[in-house]
Design a protein around this ligand. Structure first.
Ligand code: HSE
Length: 437
């Protein structure tokens, strides 16, 4: 039996998707059952890297999502609107959906999956997180028999590329960002990537699968990499760390191993010990480390973006749907394949950031005079913050530069200590505060 696909978007990922489906030799045999029958694009008169029969390509995307001849809609236009409307209309018309759109899922997953479950269709999104790396499917399937305790990811290639170049070349953020934009590794408007919003979308999706509940995106604590300086990277290197933008979802399970009643969910730059498995993930690559019981640590590593990589994830979802349909599994609650459909319907509460526990790094500019280090130690000690190391390497015309690393401490206590520290007469400024793994 054949299955008809309607493709929305023929950009980089759409083109890669069409290439795999139209050149199925030596790949999964189910690909031979799949045909792209309609392709929706914004402008018709653009040169394309793949050719379709006359009449397949159209700029009327609304007609594709209602076309009775189509079984699976593949949404690759990105952004929230109008993608959300196309997805919901496709579901309403009984079509399965494959999407690479993390923004629409992290914001509107609730209504999308509720509608899909009610209609008995599948919505799959492997390509939305970590591009070509299979991570959502393993979380739902092979890892699903484990109790997941923590998921930690480098899931934004742009920021990882910028941080890697800052480390290798010893230059500041603005300089590398401008070059990354020139080379096409960063968008003209880099906000979603460099401010951590893209990683927040993705960790919300990962957390939802790992901890079996829906997530409110606003609950994700999010801090980007704009404030990281060459000086911080150099200090981190000297102290045995590398700085990475980490996305972390952590659950503290009750004794009986049940799903956590509250999870920690955060995106922030982190000083990562150089021996940590994620510390060597450089350039545009992504990696996701899953800590599972009883499996232990398992790490997924590879290309988090790009035509072929992301298309690989998209097409794998299409094949999964076709396989389920071939086996007679429509996605209705009664008979749907439980490894493919979304089975959770409640929200998982997220712990306030103040309650989270971490080590901290602070770079402090002070006057260079006796007792400064003592006063800094007291400001921390008075608030119950214990210091693991204190170093003063640089003295320059602006004074002394003192770097401290704390022991693990509650975020609220650290912030109170920081306020007290900034009020000290000898403290000129605290240019950076970062969390340490
Ligand atoms: N902008 C993303 C990144 C790629 O830099 O990783 C697609 O998710």
């Amino acid at each position: 039996m054949g299955y008809n696909v309607g493709l929305l978007g023929l950009g980089t990922v759409g083109t890669g998707t069409a290439k795999i489906i139209m050149d199925s030799v030596g790949r999964h045999p189910l690909l031979e059952e799949i045909s792209i029958v309609r392709v929706g694009v914004r402008t018709l008169d653009k040169a394309r890297a793949v050719e379709f029969e006359t009449g397949v390509v159209t700029d009327d995307l609304a007609s594709i999502v209602t076309d009775p001849n189509i079984d699976i809609i593949v949404e690759l236009i990105g952004g929230v609107k109008p993608a959300l409307n196309y997805i919901l209309t496709a579901i309403e018309h009984g079509k399965h959906v494959v999407t690479a759109n993390k923004a629409v899922i992290s914001r509107h997953g609730d209504e999308i999956f509720t509608a899909a479950n009610a209609k008995g269709v599948y919505v799959l999104l492997e390509a939305a997180v970590a591009g070509g790396i299979p991570v959502l499917t393993p979380l739902k399937q092979a890892l699903g028999v484990n109790r997941i305790n923590r998921v930690t990811g480098i899931i934004n290639g742009t920021t990882n590329y910028i941080l890697t170049r800052m480390k290798n070349e010893g230059v500041d953020f603005d300089e590398v960002l401008a070059d990354a934009q020139r080379l096409g590794y960063a968008e003209a408007d880099p906000t979603a990537d460099v401010d951590g919003l893209d990683a927040a979308d993705k960790i919300a999706i990962l957390a939802s699968l790992a901890f079996g509940g829906r997530i409110k995106l606003d609950d994700v604590y999010c801090e980007g990499i704009r404030k990281i300086s060459a000086a911080d990277i150099a200090y981190a290197e000297k102290l045995g760390f590398t700085i990475k933008l980490l996305a972390i979802a952590q659950g503290h399970r009750p004794e009986n191993g049940a799903m956590p009643t509250e999870i920690e969910l955060k995106v922030h730059p982190t000083l990562l010990p150089k021996h940590h498995p994620l510390a060597t993930v450089d350039g545009v690559n992504n990696a996701v480390l899953v800590e599972a019981d009883p499996l232990g640590e398992v790490m997924f590593y590879g290309p988090g973006a790009g035509e072929g990589a992301t298309a690989s994830a998209v097409v794998s979802d299409i094949v999964s749907i076709v396989a389920a349909l071939e086996g007679g599994s429509q996605a209705s609650n009664a008979s749907g394949n439980p490894l493919l459909r979304c089975s959770h319907e409640h929200y998982t509460p997220v712990a306030p950031m103040d309650a989270s526990v971490s080590r901290f790094y602070a770079r402090i500019l002070t006057q260079d005079r006796p007792s400064v280090i003592g006063h800094i130690g007291l400001a921390f000690g008075d608030h119950g913050v214990s210091l693991e190391s204190v170093v003063q390497i640089d003295v320059h015309d602006r004074g002394a530069e003192i770097v401290v690393i704390t022991h693990k401490v509650n975020e609220g206590k650290f912030q109170a200590a920081l306020t007290a520290l900034q009020a000290l007469e000898e403290v000129v400024s605290v240019p950076s505060v970062l969390r340490v793994w």
